[in-house]
Design a protein around this ligand. Structure first.
Ligand SMILES: [Ca+2]
Ligand SMILES: [Ca+2]
Length: 194
């Protein structure tokens, strides 16, 4: 800077505008049952009172990032139903209008709690000269059958040769999924063996 008399002085100055990025809290890892809804609240802090904020959430199971509504008190609500089994990372990102970004993540483990579905035939109402065998099938839409042979099997009566009964029962069979949920197939009563 120079004045009219030729005097020179130098002025230097630095103006620092430090934007602080939002700090997001979304909670710890959790485990839920398949087809249940993850529901929890989170929040964020940002010391700037003049900032405005937007947010997204990605629940990690293929839906991508979607807009997340922020309340005036800097809280937000998460809600998502998980239909697939596995471990998924939830990512919440809050952006301020100065380019600051804060992220929080946690894992959701979705477990299979439904036993296999088993369908068996019934007694046919006819007399049989030998033991009766009734077909069954089993499926598990979650973790799958622990024993693949359980997908199709038969339950049979075990009547002593030479005896006659109008109400013979088959044996039974336990069918489990990979996650350890089990159901018992049979016994199937009402078989007529002579
Ligand atoms: Ca900020
Ligand atoms: Ca299952």
């Amino acid at each position: 800077m120079q004045d009219k008399d030729g005097g020179v002085a130098e002025y230097t100055g630095t103006v620092l505008v430090n934007n602080v990025a939002p700090s997001v809290t979304a909670g710890a890892d959790t485990t839920i049952n398949q087809n249940d809804t993850l529901a929890r609240n989170g929040s964020f802090t940002d010391p700037a009172t003049s900032d405005t904020w937007t947010a997204t959430v990605n629940y990690g199971d293929g839906g991508g990032a979607t807009s997340l509504t922020l309340a005036g008190d800097h809280s937000f609500g998460l809600s998502h139903m998980y239909t697939a089994l596995g471990t998924f990372t939830v990512t919440v990102q809050v952006l301020d209008d100065d380019g600051g970004a804060g992220t929080a993540t946690f894992n959701v483990t979705v477990k299979d709690v439904t036993p296999p579905a088993v369908v068996c035939g019934t007694a046919d109402g006819q007399w049989h000269g030998a033991d009766v065998s009734i077909a069954c099938t089993a499926t598990d839409a979650g973790s799958g059958l622990a024993n693949p042979a359980d997908a199709s099997f038969a339950l049979s009566t075990n009547v002593t040769a030479g005896s006659e009964t109008a109400n013979a029962s088959t044996g039974s069979r336990q069918v489990c999924d990979v996650a350890g949920n089990c159901v018992t197939a049979g016994a199937i009563a009402g078989n007529q063996v002579d």
